[in-house]
Design a protein around this ligand. Structure first.
Ligand code: ASP
Length: 584
């Protein structure tokens, strides 16, 4: 028996009990004639005590030699502590040690294993196993376990079956590049790692499984933006014989269950918003609705005066900043600099102060009178004491810029409260999206998404206007899940591939298996996937997903602990019939 108890569970009620514990030495305080030591395991910390009077001399000596992070096993008696520590649950007691067994020695750790450590991110990632010993990381992993457990409970109770799908597959286009794996046995051929199990889960529906889920790794070779991981985890789901409404209800139920079980929060029916409205009112398809600051379009009231900047613009749009009239001129200038930063990219910003006496003072008073500015206030919902910020230009760009400003200001105003949760369905996404680089349409969600009933004809005349039965679940300004009703007949799917620029041969080579399957009785089906890493981070009240992943990759996609990716041997290359043609 390695231990009779864990370090975290002992209390005053255990006084005089003989216990055996095992764990890591957190720290040693050696006073010569007595030694205090903290012993740590996953469950907590407890003080160990040795002294000249009660401990054999050899044992005291042995204790004095222990270093941080040594792994030890001790036996001793629980006793009351002379000076109690109210900050830890075991703070009333300590163990008077009678036996000490060193299970393993340890080098001095490169950073302190404490809640607030002195180790920088890179160092902590290199020694991630030491980082995991720290409470913030350990607790995040335990928290993730709790969330996934609740997901499994909920979906299993709803009749979903967890099915594993393969990792070595053929490419599924979900908008990113594939990671590829060379096949030794099939010279010159490659597997792709799944960007998601999309086609497999659809095939499970053809297979009659009806309700599927999987907590599954997905792989996307994207240029890494902050807080993205090349491998990430989805809660992937699919249902057959359903309508969009069934899916929304089921997964709203799952999200509500998680908020209730994990956060103790009851949320009523989730609001729904059309994609077009989300773009118009928040400039964004994942609006944070914990606060208002909605966009007010000003074309009608601000154009056709003598202010050419606005007259030339496709869109003139503003937001009201609550209490913003208190900003000094300098602060407003700083805000203007902020929107002009390359990351935001606005050319400038017009502002209008809404004074307490209901008068207005704008940066363009030369062109607009009080009545005009009153209309701006009306359109943006500005009240006396607010500041109206206005941007203008090309619609899509301006919306993105103002949306960035809205989020920044909300952050500064403390409106993005981590303990408040505001879920939202964004619905009816466009089916296709124009890609400037390749000069063609791409599927906005993925090519298996069904157009809205009756809109298939529109594909020929106005492809950009076709809406899809596609939906995203948004939580606090983050897309936490997304999915769609799928195409389930061969004709529509071929047509879709055709519109996306696949030749019939290419479509057959890549997706022949799916179109074949559709000819053998495919039921109507649809589904969605949640991004588990992000969901857990948001529920945990954090912005970054890295602390919720045991062994994350850094921003360059590297695992600095195992030092991957790494070159492979010439022999391995030879075996795979591969030759490198390095660019640098
Ligand atoms: N496969 C999709 C994704 O990864 C989700 C879905 O449509 O179910 O975003």
């Amino acid at each position: 028996m390695y231990r009779s108890h864990t370090c975290g569970e002992l209390r005053a009620s255990h006084i005089n009990t003989e216990v055996t514990l095992a764990g890591w030495v957190q720290g040693v305080r050696d006073k010569g004639f007595m030694v205090y030591m903290d012993l740590r395991d996953r469950y907590g910390i407890i003080q160990l005590y040795f002294d000249e009077e009660q401990t054999q001399a050899a044992l005291l000596k042995k204790a004095q030699k222990l270093g941080r992070e040594f792994v030890i096993q001790i036996t001793g008696k629980v006793q009351e502590r002379a000076s109690k520590n109210p900050n830890i649950p075991t703070g009333d007691i300590e163990i008077l040690v009678s036996e000490l067994n060193i299970l393993n020695e340890a080098l001095l750790p490169p950073f302190t294993i404490e809640d607030k450590t002195d180790g920088g991110e890179d160092l902590r990632m290199k020694y991630r196993y030491l980082d995991i010993r720290r409470n913030p990381v350990k607790d995040s992993l335990i928290f993730r376990h709790k969330v996934t457990q609740e997901v499994r409970n909920y979906l299993s109770n709803e009749g979903f079956i967890e099915v594993e799908t393969p990792y070595l597959i053929k490419s599924t286009p979900e908008g990113a590049r594939d990671f590829v794996v060379p096949s030794r046995m099939n010279e010159g051929q490659f597997y792709a790692l799944p960007q998601s199990p999309q086609t497999f889960k659809q095939l499970l529906m053809v297979g009659g499984l009806d309700k599927y889920f999987q907590i599954v790794k997905c792989f996307r070779d994207e240029d890494l933006r902050a807080d993205r991981q090349p491998e990430f985890t989805q809660i992937d789901c699919e249902m057959a014989f359903i309508e969009q409404e069934d899916i929304l209800n089921t997964f709203e139920g799952l999200t509500r269950h998680l908020l209730k079980e994990i956060k103790g929060i009851d949320i009523d029916k989730f609001p729904r918003m059309q994609y077009d409205d989300a773009m118009r009112l928040y400039g964004n398809d994942k609006p944070d609705i914990r606060f208002e600051m909605r966009f007010g379009e000003l074309n009608e009231v601000a154009q056709h005066k003598d202010f050419n900047v606005f007259n030339k613009a496709e869109l003139v749009v503003g937001i009201a900043v609550p209490g913003g009239n208190s900003y000094t001129r300098k602060e407003i200038d700083k805000l203007i600099d902020w929107v002009k930063r390359p990351q935001v990219g606005a050319l400038g910003m017009v502002y209008c102060r809404c004074n307490e006496d209901s008068s207005f003072k704008s940066s363009v008073d030369k062109f607009y009178d009080q009545e005009d500015l009153g209309k701006w206030a009306e359109a943006t919902g500005a009240k006396p004491g607010d500041l109206i910020c206005v941007l203008s230009g090309e619609t899509h760009k301006v919306r993105t810029q103002l949306s960035a400003l809205r989020m920044e200001l909300a952050e500064r105003l403390g409106l993005r409260k981590p303990d408040e949760f505001a879920p939202l369905w964004v619905m009816d996404f466009p089916l296709l999206e124009w890609d400037e680089d390749t000069e063609r349409y791409h599927a906005m969600h993925h090519p298996f998404t069904a157009p809205k009933p009756g809109q298939i004809e529109l594909l020929k005349t106005d492809p950009g206007a076709v809406k899809a039965n596609a939906y995203d679940l948004v939580l606090n300004g983050n897309e936490i899940g997304g999915g769609s009703i799928r195409i389930h007949d061969k004709e529509t799917q071929s047509l879709m591939f055709d519109y996306l620029g696949f030749t019939p041969e290419e479509a057959k080579a890549q997706f022949g298996f799916l179109m074949d399957a559709f000819q053998y009785g495919a039921p109507p089906h649809g589904g969605l996937a949640f991004g588990l890493d992000r969901l857990v981070a948001i529920l945990g009240g954090q912005e970054t997903i890295r602390d919720f992943i045991a062994f994350p990759k850094n921003n360059a996609g590297r695992d600095v602990m195992i030092d991957a990716p790494a070159p492979i041997d010439d022999d391995q290359l030879e075996e795979l019939s591969l030759k490198l043609n390095l660019k640098s």
